[in-house]
Design a protein around this ligand. Sequence first.
Ligand code: D54
Ligand code: ZN
Length: 278
Amino acid sequence: MFERTYYATHPDMMEGATNAQLRDRYLVPGLFRAGEIVLTYSHGERFVIGGAVPGETPLDLPVQTEPASAAGHPLLERRELGVVNIGPRPGWVTVDGEIVELDRYEALYVPMGTRAVSFAGEGARFYLLSVPAHAPFPLRKVTLAEANPMQRGSLEGSNDRTIYQLVLPHLCASASLCLGLTQLKPGSVWNTMPPHVHERRSEIYLYFDLAEDQRVFHYMGKPDDLRHIVVGDGEAVISPPWSVHMGAGTSNYTFIWAMAGENQDYNDMDVCDLCQLR
Ligand SMILES: O=C[C@H](O)[C@@H](O)CC(=O)C(=O)O
Ligand SMILES: [Zn+2]
């Protein structure tokens, strides 16, 4: 049921890695295919990273297939799910019979124990993130208007952007998942500048709202040993807990960040001094 598995990696594996190896280990392309649900599995925090692009007929979240003892059980038996509609049109998520409309940039938190989830609406594009959970928290839709927008950076620094925290304890309770959306203003290209590392959480970035012929140069690695991965519209990238995650685009763009791990303390991050980057 998972299109591919991404393994956890050691920072020593950066040394001598080819560009192709880096892309293979950390880049998650092809999540949004018309009429399909695509799911991938990352050993880092056991993230399921996926996309659902419904056509005329709704798409159902699949049930577990492995191990045999879990076959047929709901995927969310011991997991929670975050959904964000990044498509141009509204869509509908049905959660155990309850229908929730999600407009562009709106998010939905779906609790552990949910049996059936389906996605509908032509023109909607659902980005999916699921992590293991120990307890259910209430089903909740979150809009950008409810999030406390945090203005960061400046146009002079080419990093004028707004960070919206969507799934974090102060707004939407979850067992482990933290999720938000960041929009860069026109003329700004740098995200997460200055960069940081959070050893206690892994993070997934999804870059979108990028024209087809534009790219984001996503940086990763230990702060004193950076590499980069060239990312296109609708592609995600996995950031291991030992890595920085920052990027510069050839235009402005939007990205969704999702974290899970030891805690849900957004501020538990070690901000880098730019002069230490190599
Ligand atoms: O751990 C937090 C995440 O990396 C993001 O919230 C950072 C971000 O959106 C930004 O600075 O632009
Ligand atoms: Zn981060």
